[in-house]
Design a protein around this ligand. Structure first.
Ligand SMILES: [Zn+2]
Length: 106
């Protein structure tokens, strides 16, 4: 079994509570990536005001009332409670690990 395949196998059980919700079409204000799904690794669904991470660039976003995504402001980021900040960093780390795996896998 290749290293990349083994790593994916080890990660899979942690994703058992993964839930994806269709959110219409929105563009990441940082990288322009088209966002159509919001995925939670902990079984929650998005609502206005919820924090999200761009699947492409890992920058922090916020759901507007219309459920479109906007950039999180530096003030909002600074005001995140420690637990929320830890969650944001965890999701950003997952996106960056995925990018590293893609580079390593060629
Ligand atoms: Zn982005």
């Amino acid at each position: 079994m290749g290293e990349a395949k083994r790593r994916r196998t080890l990660v899979a059980p942690q994703l058992s509570k993964m839930v994806s919700t269709e959110i219409g079409e929105s563009h990441c204000p940082f990288c322009g990536h088209v966002l159509q799904l919001a995925t939670s690794l902990h079984g929650s669904t998005p609502a206005p005001g919820c924090v999200a991470i761009c699947y492409s660039c890992a920058n922090p976003l916020v759901f507007e009332d219309s459920m479109r995504m906007r950039a999180m402001t530096p003030t909002e980021f600074a005001a995140l409670p420690d637990a929320a900040l830890a969650t944001v960093h965890g999701y950003q780390q997952r996106v960056r690990q995925r990018d590293r795996r893609r580079l390593a896998d060629g």
